[in-house]
Write a protein that binds this ligand. Sequence first.
Ligand code: F6R
Length: 609
Amino acid sequence: MCGIFGCVLTQGNAAPLIHESLKRLEYRGYDSVGITTLENGVLFTKKDQGKIDDVHRILNLDDMPGSIGIGHTRWATHGAPLKVNAHPHVDCGKTIAVVHNGIIENFSELKQELVNRGHVFASKTDTEVVAHLIEQNLKDSPSTGLAEAVREATKRLDGSYAIAVVSSNEPDKIICARNESPLVLGVGENAIYCASDIPAFLPLTNRAVFIKNGELIVLSRSGYEIRKIHDNSVVTREPEVIEWSPEAAVKQGYPHFMVKEIHEQPGTLRNTLRLQDDYLDLISTFLDRATEVFLVACGTSYHACLAASYMFSKLAYLPTYPVYASEFVEQHGKSVNIDSTILAVSQSGETADTLAAVTASQLRAATILGLTNAIGSTLTRVSRVYIGQQSGPEIGVAATKTFTSQLSVMAQLALRLAKKRGKVSQDEMDFIEEKLSKLPSTVETIINTQESKMKQIAHKYKDAKVFFFLGRGVSTATAYEGRLKLMEIAYVPSIAFPAGESKHGPISLIEAGFPVVFVCPKDGSHRTLIGNIMEMKARGASIISVVEEDDEEIKSLSDDYVCVPCGIPEILSPIPFVVPLQMLAYFMALERGYNPDMPRNLAKSVTVK
Ligand code: F6R
């Protein structure tokens, strides 16, 4: 997730305005920044790695000529957060500059094709191919205008993008285009803006035009023209008036970051399906060769590791050991050796306990693999290979979208490993891959259809003194995560166990009305889980279940239930099944009068041991 911005002013300097607008987009990414302006047919570019204020202090981003320009604030996806990878990116002739938010899936093929035609690339980004593609189109058809060259270029792109392009050969316009990544125009009195998000221009104008997938826009001093990319037909769309305050706009109208991030999950899951094959392959190769594999993490990331241990075992027949990072050195420090492989999982890539486990393992010559949401973080620097999960910044302290993305990446690794080891039939593989590709829309359905139900359930149980969360198999991880969310933001003391363990002690707590949440995918342990529900019910517990929508049996045993679509393969089930539990925690926090974005005593990234 990056932020793009562009403006065409009838008078005045664009650079200070772009700089200010990028600051309002910094919540979308902040590892590098860059601006290109245009004056008298010349492009001026300033860019560097680092936060906007730091880069501005050194480069003075306001001191650039011209009343047209584009800017970018980056959340690295392809290529480390270095100056060379900062946007805008230019073509060989340095006449075209491009900013981009999204992921170009086929950039490796396009890059190879362009290199074969003599193009020289400066960065490791996927974005740079766009500048060279446009350049090539203009070379191939010299009479083509910039807009047409951009249109032709976008037809070659697979993946997601919102781009803004300027050229010194047509210095009076910006061309933008969108597929999946957000893009919105701001229509001012004497200016027109394009941006990833409304907050970028909200202090300047509240008149916005939302751009749809497959549209290309020409911004000029006479206004904006929208066309469809596929047939170049003109689209007429008037601006809408936005009533949001600047604060609400940053949250896109949601009251809290947490609920915004819960709602972002269809998009962030889609991003995980666009990860670079090479890295997934490499990590699964390391796992395949490993003698022993430790999955090391804290908190929510640990729950992703716990779920992953079931995925690796069930799909690829690889035993792995999920370990709390804070316990790792005590528990396994002495036994780690050159044959050990550590897959460290940390959305921030900076959690002290996780890094300490990694450092201790490195000293014993273990192989370190990483999964993180922060490219450029310490974890990416100490890992032999890492995967960036591409969820964009998570601002709510409680991890939500980063958790489901970690699960999706782990499932993909398990699938690759299973393929390598020949452990799963092609039919089963195809089935799981198909369901994985549909998960973004499955999660979207859950959010759209179950949110109000979860709100009602939270209202009903708002005064409960304690909650129980139970699941079997991989759903144990889902239950643990549901408990952690509820405890950390709604301050409800909660307990979670594998359902089978509950009768070995915890069941003694149960008395009339005690809320017990069951995670109930229709997997191999469904029948046994029903037995566990009966045990709790017989002792007066109030049963709240997350069930598949055709699961009439568990519905009939439940006091309350929420549904997820049917037919999710067992190993993928934590992804959809955790979403209602995230919503439960969110609404419970609201019911109990707490701000879910700022739970007491907690920090987003825990950098002390
Ligand atoms: C819970 C939560 C924490 C983190 C934990 C690890 O909602 O966010 O439990 O999961 O502090 O953080 P990372 O993944 O950054 O290492």
